[in-house]
Design a protein around this ligand. Sequence first.
Ligand SMILES: CC(C)(COP(=O)(O)OP(=O)(O)OC[C@H]1O[C@@H](n2cnc3c(N)ncnc32)[C@H](O)[C@@H]1OP(=O)(O)O)[C@@H](O)C(=O)NCCC(=O)NCCS
Length: 164
Amino acid sequence: MLSLVKAKGNKSNHLFRQVARDTTGETYNPPEESEVVFAYEYILETGKKVLIGAASYTIALPTQTDPNEENYNHFLSFLFIKGHWQGLGYGKWLLNFIESDMMKTVRRPIHVESAIGSVEFFIKQGYTYSGRYTDCVCSGSPLFKTLCYMTKEPIITFCNNLNI
Ligand SMILES: CC(C)(COP(=O)(O)OP(=O)(O)OC[C@H]1O[C@@H](n2cnc3c(N)ncnc32)[C@H](O)[C@@H]1OP(=O)(O)O)[C@@H](O)C(=O)NCCC(=O)NCCS
C-alpha cells in the first residue's frame, strides 16, 4: 500500500537528494520553500516501508493576479520514482496527489520542465507540450540535459445554480 508524506524545509533535503541520486545518478535539491512529498510502499514480507519516490513543487500565489508573473502558476520542479518501482502506476499516483494539493489552494495552470524522456508520461496525464525546450548544459544527469516546457490547464467545473 502506497503512503504519501508531506514535508517542508531543509530537514528533508538529505532524503530528497537520496531519492534523486537513486533515480537519476545525480544529486538534486528541492528548490527553496517548495513543498516536498515522499512516497513509501509497504512491503508485506518484511513488514517495512520503503522509500520509492519523491517530488517537489511550488504552489501558485492566490493573490497574484498577473499571469505573466512566475508565481501566478503552479510549478512542478521534480518528480522521481526509483527505477525498480517505475512503470507500476506510482508516478501517476504521486502526480495526482500533487495536482489535488495545488488545486485545493487555487485553480491555476501547472507548469513543468520535463526531462525529454518523460514527455510521454506527462502527455498521458493531460499535459501539453508547446514544442519549447531548453538544453541544460549544467545538468549532471543526461536525463535532464534537454528540458521540455509542458503545461496542464486547470479543469473548470461548472456549477448550474438552478433557482427555480
Ligand atoms: C517519469 C516518472 C516519474 C514516471 O513514473 P512511473 O511510476 O514510472 O509512471 P507510471 O507507472 O505512473 O506511468 C503512468 C503512465 O505513463 C506511462 N509512462 C511512464 N513513463 C513513461 C515514459 N518515460 N515514456 C512513455 N510513457 C511513460 C506508463 O506506461 C503509464 O501508461 P498507462 O497509464 O497507459 O498504463 C518516472 O519514470 C521517473 O522518475 N523517471 C525519472 C525522472 C524523471 O524523468 N522525472 C520527470 C521529470 S522531473
